[in-house]
Design a protein around this ligand. Sequence first.
Ligand SMILES: NC(=O)c1ccc[n+]([C@@H]2O[C@H](COP(=O)([O-])OP(=O)(O)OC[C@H]3O[C@@H](n4cnc5c(N)ncnc54)[C@H](O)[C@@H]3O)[C@@H](O)[C@H]2O)c1
Ligand SMILES: [Zn+2]
Length: 1571
Amino acid sequence: MSNIEKLSILGSETIHVGYGIQEHIVETVITTKASSTYVIITDTNMGRTEPFRKLSEKFDSKLKELRPDSRLLQYQVSPGENNKSRETKAAVEDYLLQQGCTRDTVILAVGGGVIGDMIGFVAATFMRGVRYVQVPTTLLAMVDSSVGGKTAIDTPLGKNFVGAFYQPQYVFADVSFLKTLPTRQFINGMAEVVKTAAIWNEDEFTRLENFSKTFLDVVTRENPDIESIKEELVKTVLESIRVKAYVVSSDEKETGLRNLLNFGHTIGHAIEAVVTPEALHGECVSIGMILEAELSRYLGILSPVAVARLSKCLVAYGLPVSIDDKLFLKRVGNKRHYVQLDILLKKMSIDKKNDGSKIRSVLLESIGRCYQLKAHEISKRDLGVVLTDEVLVHPFKSADIKPTNVIIPPGSKSISNRALILASLGKGTVRIKNLLHSDDTKHMLDAVTALGGAEISTEDNGETIVVKGNGGKFVANTEPLYLGNAGTASRFLTSVATLVQSSSSSTSIVLTGNARMQERPIGSLVEALRNNGSEIEFLNKEGSLPLNVKTGNGLKGGRIELAATISSQYVSSILMCAPYAEKEVTLSLVGGKPISVLYIDMTIAMMKAFGIEVTKSTTEEHTYHIPKGTYKNPEEYVIESDASSATYPLAFAALTGTSCTVPNIGSSSLQGDARFAVDVLRPMGCTVEQTATSTTVTGPPVGQLKPLKHVDMEPMTDAFLTASVVAAVAHDGQTSTSITGIANQRVKECDRIAAMVSELAKFGVKANELPDGIEIHGIKIDELITPSIEKRGIKTFDDHRVAMSFSLLAGLAKEPVLIQERSCTGKTWPGWWDTLHSKFNITIDGYELPFDADDSSLLIDKHANGDKSIIVIGMRAAGKSTLSKWMATFLGFKFLDLDDVFEERVNTDIRSFIKEHGWAEFRKQEAAIAKEIFAKNSKGYVISTGGGIVEGEEARDILKDYIKSGGIVLHLHRDLDETVVFLSSDTTRPAYINEIKDVWIRREQWYHECSNYHFYSSHCGNELEFKHLRNSFISYLRTITGLQISPIPRNRSAVVTLTFDDLNNVAEQLEEIATGCEAVELRVDLLKKHAKTFVADQTATLRKYVNLPIIYTIRTESQGGKFPDHELESLEELLLLGIKLGVEYLDIQLNFPNSLIEKILERKAFTRLIISHHDNTEVLKWSNVDWKNKYNQAVSYGADLVKLVGTATSFQDNLDLEVFKSANTLKPLIAINRGEQGKLSRVLNTIYTPVTHDLIPKSATAAAGLLTVNQINKAFAEIGGFTNKKFWVVGSPIEHSRSPNLHNAGYQKLNLPYTFDRFESSNADEVYEKLIKGNKNFGGLSITMPLKLDIMKYADELSEAARLIGAVNTLIPSPTDSTKLFGDNTDWVGITNSFIRYGVPNIENSSVNGLVVGGGGTSRAAVFALHDMGCKKIYMINRTASKIHEIKNSFPKEYNIEILETVEEVEEAEAVSLVVSCVPADKPMDEALLNKLERLLYHGSTQQSGGFTPTLIEATYKPRLTPVMRIAQEKFQWSVIPGVEMLVNQGEKQFQLQTGSTPPYKVIHDAVVAE
Ligand SMILES: NC(=O)c1ccc[n+]([C@@H]2O[C@H](COP(=O)([O-])OP(=O)(O)OC[C@H]3O[C@@H](n4cnc5c(N)ncnc54)[C@H](O)[C@@H]3O)[C@@H](O)[C@H]2O)c1
Ligand SMILES: [Zn+2]
């Protein structure tokens, strides 16, 4: 038997830890805990695992052997936190009672914390308490929940609200159970492990830091080999439990010490309460720990290094450390937006660990130690700062600020990097202080350690890095040195690599990095080293990492020439290694003036500090002699603070009239920004005292700073932002401050010059851009304006320097100033806000920008594709160029054709290139160019590729990498027969080697592998269909880029299930079939073929005929469908195809394997998920807890909608279902009963009720009890669901109004019990009195002249359209409060939808202009419509100009309305592509007006600037062809739309508003047109 460690808790040794100790468990329990009945309880996940089965078998046989009279019972519950409920507890208890369990029962709780907590609580109360044993099977349960005797269940109002302290008889932590634990659960458990070490044991924490890499490597593998790390794991569990057992033993009931275990939990729990179940406990605690550590730092208790260390460790274990962690966001989705300050504070106040409304938190003092062994009361103000990313900086109060301050900013990055290399090369031990921890230093430390060059350790809790150097001796190891994206490390280490000696196992070393690193240049350095005799090979791309460096050669030395015009880091790299060359080195920099000489000087000065003195050549320019020798490490090396960072505290002194000293930067500093105090602050009126190593600035009395006429800040460009905010209040009444020499600042984190100009303006400070600088017109401090908080204060552009600069100016304003994105200072000074608060005594508050959860545009920012380039692949003639250009126009991207780039590069056409060099060479070059272009143009491009790009393996990898990096590769395809026809007429391109179909067969799989989206163009028979293709493609594009996420309906809605085996056979009927529905379900499993192209073609057909969201369903046999259950691979492929096709909804089954569901979750992007379960046993009653479990499980998977289908065997089943529905409201639920007796459930279901249609043949597979929309509506009306609403059209004259025809036809078609009549009146009061007041059946009004304005006084609320148009044509009871009236205007929708139905493409981002003719009410709607469509400018013409001036003035400026009064103005106007004619057609048009219109029509058709046939819509609907239409069409070849279309389209919208149902378009159209 393996080793077993026993730990004692509360005085007895009941915790047993080991690996593979099942026999011990079984034997110990049976022998020491006598009982007549043993019950093993687990969850169904665990129940399926091999280790569990073994345990229960062993128990069974051992029991038979030792206690033949006792019995073993087993019970399994559904898994997951949602089941840690009263209901499940009751079910377990009922089971125990039914089995006749008594007081002597022993329960074994085998499982994770959910099982442990709940079964522990069952044991605590069953028969007033029975014995139980914990067998934890998750890491979290082993180290945390199983130890300590806290048991509980959750209630809807909070987690763990009901429970007991009840100790188990034993806790058996058998680490071998973790073999089957899912990776995410494993990682989740590590959060508690790290927590325990962080509060208690620094040594253990250090061990955990070292273990992280191995751990993550193993647990993230496809089949983790847990056995290989069992020793470390057992130790990990053991050490964690040891602490917990000790703490619990001294404070069982959590009154003091035990509180420490809640580190990270105060905030973590609050977050968890919001994002559960999507995020796990450990994940939230991990974020909570960092926030609580930041709180300690903010209060000046914990050092910034310690926070960084904790965060690094958690990240190394794969845990999130911020709510905005990418993976975390993906998991929690929109719930992110509910992680808001006030919500968190509320949750914290009701956390049971806090007494009353006081919030307590554990404060860390250092890693391994808490600040006073207890939890501390925390003010909401301090919490606020930590919990929000926005801050309010309050006015600086001179009384609060100490007159003198000493500040040590974080260490300089360049100096830190150099110091580490020098120390590692040196001999002896050096203690490095104030080191800036960055990616570069981390990778350097790792690499140096891996090569045995130095021993590295830390002191003072990580504040001091101790380097014990071996004097330049390094030995090769076999593992490649991975450097991430650390540029400096890669450059410095390349030279170091040449010094490495071979080992028995290796004669070379490899330096590599991430994808970005592999693009960064290192060519000239390698060339210089190669010329000096080193053997270095580029393993991948010429000129970049990865490199293979041959070891054992040493660095030859002598004269080395280096081109130093690209990077001074090359120079520093060779300089630092040069003392170890065989021959003394003379380094000569060739190729012109080296850049950044200052940095070269810095390296030389630092080499001197480590004992090597470089001399500059007196005879040769840019040439250095480096003596041979060994660096001697000084005892201590204090890294100079970063001089750019130092400008902020110094400027603080300047602005507040106080004094501030930075004690480690002075005149001897080689950092350019060290001159800021002397060159900028002194001439502005500050007193500056600078020694060689320190700088003190004392500001003049507040308000007396002087402007600097001109300062060239070229040597200290990063400090210009600080200078700018000082200059903002430097005022002498005449001079402005000009700063030049800072052109490079335009291409930093943001365009900093533009940023300063825009944000200074918010303080009322005028500034303007200069070609290479900025000019600032300083004002008096009391003239400063406080930037408006409503307008979101100061934007920082995620740029640390912008944020820090404005935090200074903010304190001078009269009111608190809001600064966005506070955490961006983390890049160089994470503790900046803490310094302001705890050192300068400035008051700051957290602030949260209001978030409107319904405003989807905000969501999109964070998650959508953004401006990432889109790559297009597909066969030749699949429409790549055309569709790519549409895409580019729509997204506002640039278009690039890879073939064009290729031809330009090789200077010949592709055909000749292939003739000369062959296909292989072509593919090779093509791949190389693709790689370069994708990387270089990674934002803002649509890149179309050559048809055969997928033929080359290299190119395929490049495409796949692009997908992995989060990009879109779109595969376009269309019918092959069409392609063939098209291609046979084209002779300019190289001929295929084989027939086109063969080519397709060869490539098809590759296209699928290399793309993550797929669009299939359906056949276009005419111009209009072609236009529609464009619209449907753009709508597809919106979906896959996340610009539009299909909203889930709130009202009654229906889905027609298409059970055809080929939609093309019924294409013409699809529109009719979908009538009255809000979505269509494509049953993929019922299609006659499952080939991808076939399925893609089916969706294309569906999209072409039906403009509704698609639900893509593959129903397996076990769930009543036709798809074979066991064909998991093709099931997965087909489901992923659905995502590729951009369907709005994917229906996945709850019984799909976990891994499949996870994969879909990961890939689904903007497709919504319906998670469904069909009960085929046909006996499951809705009152059974299993249904609830199913529902909860689906929710916790992240379903957007849950669909549950049962069977009714009695009418009562439908009533039970209603009860179930009202109790389960976390996510929208579609729930119905199959069977004849289940019809009622279909009538009562609200969202997306599945329906059929008379045109769909009743097949054997169709569920019994299916109804049509009409049947459902009829039944619903008859049982009182719909009431008999009455609608009217009002106005005068209305006897010819077509509205009643339109609406009544729709009601009839859909079986809605409504009526629509005419009510002639020109008096709004009469309308109100007679139709609305007190009328219970009032449904709504359609309003025409002359009442559109008069009726407005009765509308309690107005839509934006109604407000801007200034008229109401639709009046209905408010959807949110039926006692109020809501007024809308749908006239504009009539215009936009008509345009769209006539094929006008989306014009957003293009520069299409519109024209409105006329100046009446319709013109106002037309202006609104054209703006909504995206028109850049809206021109207006009319017979009399005064009316349209009035219209123009009533619309916002951004509408860009221009009035064309004179013929000259008309001639100069830009071409228009959309016209709305709103002048009466019954009399001839005014001559002058007509003349203007004709000119505009003429320009529109000759210039075709929109890329489509310009289109005119007529607002008058009689006669059908008006004179204006005739002129536009016949004389100028415009496309024209008769007014009746506008009438129908506005009516369609009106119908929807009034009834909440989708009207049958064709029916209402016919009703209006057929007279
Ligand atoms: N009592 C306490 O002091 C205490 C402390 C911390 C947490 N908790 C509670 O613990 C619960 C969380 O526990 P958890 O993280 O273990 O979650 P869990 O019990 O839900 O287990 C996680 C998942 O892993 C599965 N699983 C468990 N062991 C497995 C194995 N060996 N192989 C494969 N699958 C396995 C489970 O079925 C479940 O799906 C929460 O309810 C929390 O409140 C209690
Ligand atoms: Zn916990």
